[in-house]
Design a protein around this ligand. Structure first.
Ligand code: UD1
Length: 417
């Protein structure tokens, strides 16, 4: 099994180009199922979750040509509506094919996503909402057997809780439903806005009518399209923290800074010096880091996907900080490993007390999920000596060329078998 060796402690300096967004690419790829025409996608990150989604679409009959970061998809003959456990188990976003398959075929059998380390992550909100569009479903032996005997029929749906995936699944499904759908209490993550832009460019009829409500008039056909996926805001946030935590000096390029205003404000409060340009951010880390209290929340709040990374930075603050994880119930698995590196973090339910003034010590470590893995790299970059991070397959799900990008800005990091 592959591992990463990180030799600290170096200040990172230089430029990092941010890749396309994994979390925008996944729903957009699922939404291509609606089309019978060619779709050309640009700026897709070459990470494992995207390869898994591509395999899932191929298993459904899509013809796909993936070249570097560009993908051509031809669904003219796409004819299957069965998504197997073997493909959905490793990636919860597999459930996103349910909406488009129902919209297209009126019937689908999709595996429930596998268990996930960061919480139970059910799909009840997806299923409840789909049933309001006329879907009947049963769960049999781990599969959702769903059908819409009269086709999908538009309706009014208020999500019981803000869910990124459920909002995406329903926007895609409603785009091909008969009549009008109004979805309220929607998630409004930038990746959802990107999905809506993609669908609109194909010819779907979608309009935001208030901050968290969207109105969708169903269509029955869409056009051929070329679409560039947005930048990965979590990757951008991760490298901003990398600069801050190593007292480095980085230019983060190929981004739209206003999309990550919350993260920029937070880093400024902590003490980083940040200069924002049109499509890049220049960050200089400060030796003195101020403590701060952070609560994760749906966009535009502080992202749960950056919680582990910011925790590493707060370990170096002048005083104790508090972090409250309000999205997932079990997202502190990085804490035990950070404590093995000398951190003093105490958790109680979804709250963590993070002591400041910590000097991380190099250690052998175990990655537990995607964002937890990267937080261990961040800590290791600041620790003198050699750290070894095991189980990095988690990392490969979501960070494109991470060693290459870090090496280019001065990190000593290498992958070993
Ligand atoms: C997406 C992101 C993930 C991010 C998360 C929150 C993708 C591929 N993944 O995940 O990186 O951490 O948003 O920003 O875009 N819930 C239910 N029932 C449901 C659906 C969700 O109870 O049917 C709960 C979840 O367990 C969680 C909360 O709602 O506690 C938010 O989950 P959701 O927004 O749906 O996250 P994902 O779409 O899975």
């Amino acid at each position: 099994m592959q591992k990463l060796e990180v030799f600290g402690a170096n200040k990172l300096k230089g430029q990092i180009k941010i890749s396309g967004s994994k979390n925008a690419s996944l729903p957009i790829l699922a939404a291509t199922l609606l089309s019978r025409k060619k779709v050309y996608l640009k700026n897709l990150p070459r990470v494992r979750d995207i390869e898994t989604m591509v395999s899932l679409l191929q298993s459904l009959g899509s013809k796909i040509n993936f070249n570097k970061n560009n993908l051509t998809i031809d669904n003219k003959k796409q004819n299957k509506n069965f998504a197997s456990y073997s493909l959905v188990k490793t990636m919860r976003a597999g459930i996103l094919v349910l909406g488009p398959l129902l919209a297209k075929f009126g019937r689908a059998k999709v595996s429930l996503p596998g268990g996930c380390a960061i919480g139970t992550r059910p799909v009840d909100i997806h299923l409840d909402a789909l049933s309001k569009l006329g879907v009947k479903y049963k769960i049999i032996q781990g599969y959702v057997h769903a059908k819409a005997p009269k086709g999908l029929i538009g309706g009014k749906i208020k999500f019981s809780k803000i869910s990124v995936g459920a909002t995406e699944n329903l926007i895609i499904a409603a785009s091909f439903a008969k009549g009008t759908t109004v979805l309220s209490n929607c998630a409004i993550e930038p990746e959802i806005k990107d999905l809506v832009n993609f669908l609109k460019s194909m010819g779907c009829n979608i309009k935001w009518i208030s901050k968290r409500s969207v109105k969708i008039e169903g269509v029955s056909e869409v056009n051929e399209i070329t679409y560039p996926v947005m930048f990965d805001r979590i990757e951008a946030g991760t490298y901003l923290v990398a600069a801050a935590v190593t007292e480095g000096n980085l230019k983060i390029k190929n981004i739209i800074p206003k999309i990550i205003q919350t993260e920029i404000n937070t880093l400024k409060k902590i003490g980083a010096k940040i200069r924002v340009k049109k499509d890049e951010i220049h960050i200089v880390g400060n030796k003195k880091i101020k403590s701060i209290n952070i609560k994760t929340a749906p966009y535009p709040g502080f992202p749960t996907d950056l919680q582990a990374q910011i925790m590493v930075l707060l370990c170096k603050a002048n005083k104790q900080s508090l972090i409250k994880e309000d999205i997932f119930e079990n997202r502190f698995m990085h804490v035990a490993e950070l404590n093995r590196m000398g951190a003093k973090i105490l958790t109680n339910g979804n709250k963590a007390k993070v002591s400041g003034n910590i000097r991380f010590e190099a250690a052998e470590l175990m990655a537990t999920d995607l964002r937890a893995s990267v937080s261990l790299i961040l800590a290791a970059l600041t620790a003198k000596g050699k750290s070894v991070i095991n189980r990095i397959y988690h990392l490969d799900r979501g960070y494109e060329n991470i060693e290459k990008k870090l090496k280019k800005v001065g990190a000593k990091i290498r992958r070993v078998n």
